[in-house]
Write a protein that binds this ligand. Structure first.
Ligand code: SAH
Length: 213
């Protein structure tokens, strides 16, 4: 029998061994139970370092990738963060532990509604979920200190770059949806944008327009 404590210890060990070393990120990931974001049979595997299927043909990302992206985002307690691609809500919940406020958007109303319910149940009151097409960002709340995109775009979307505050950081997987993509970190400076390639990743595609469900 594996106890919950053992599962959690292995979970944190897997994160560390894959490069998630930031203490605040590790604490956030220790605090937020990934099980709350996975349904049915897959809940059993919530502490394993693998992506899992969620509703609407989407996936909850691999925990180590969530950790590495969160770490690259360098979130501070004063940050207002935008996430494009709510999915299960897990990434937003991790961000909610580190940021002042998190806005998260998804093109599937169903996913947005389900995530909102989980946040309410967990008492995560600094997250706002909006069902909208995030390829245009969230102009009414811009600018953002941090932007994280958890679906792959062919290029960093222009409207998102425009909604990033000077000094702000964006992390976005870039590349064709059916191939290996690069995780890119973008820093907005006074002069323009600095781009750094972090690692290869594999995400579902960023799709324009609202979904039917
Ligand atoms: N961050 C999520 C995983 C995201 S999966 C988690 O922690 O579970 C990618 C999500 O991006 C999917 O839910 C998909 O519906 C959403 N998505 C794709 N294109 C989008 C768009 N243009 N606007 C908003 N959401 C989008």
């Amino acid at each position: 029998m594996t106890t919950n404590a053992e599962r959690k210890m292995r979970f944190l060990y897997a994160l560390r061994s894959r490069g998630v070393t930031d203490a605040r990120v590790l604490t956030a990931m220790e605090t937020v139970d990934r099980r709350a974001f996975v349904r049915g049979l897959f809940a059993e595997r919530a502490e394993e370092d693998m992506p899992l299927p969620i509703a609407c043909g989407q996936t909850i990302s691999q925990p180590s990738v969530v950790g590495l992206m969160t770490q690259a985002l360098q979130v501070t307690p004063r940050c207002k963060v935008l996430e494009v691609g709510t999915g299960s809500g897990y990434q937003a919940a991790i961000l909610s532990q580190l940021a002042r406020r998190v806005y998260t958007v998804d093109r599937h109303r169903r996913l947005a509604n389900e995530a909102r319910n989980v946040f309410e149940r967990l008492g995560l009151t600094n997250i706002t979920v909006i069902a909208t097409d995030g390829s245009f960002g969230l102009p009414e709340q811009a600018p953002f200190d941090r932007i994280i995109v958890t679906a792959a775009a062919e290029d960093p979307p222009g409207p998102l770059l425009a909604q990033l505050r000077e000094g702000g950081i964006m992390v976005v997987p870039v590349g064709q949806s059916d191939a290996v993509q690069s995780l890119i970190k973008v820093v907005r400076t006074a002069e323009g944008f600095d781009y750094t390639e972090l690692r290869t990743v594999r995400f579902v595609p960023l799709v324009e327009g609202m979904a039917s469900d």
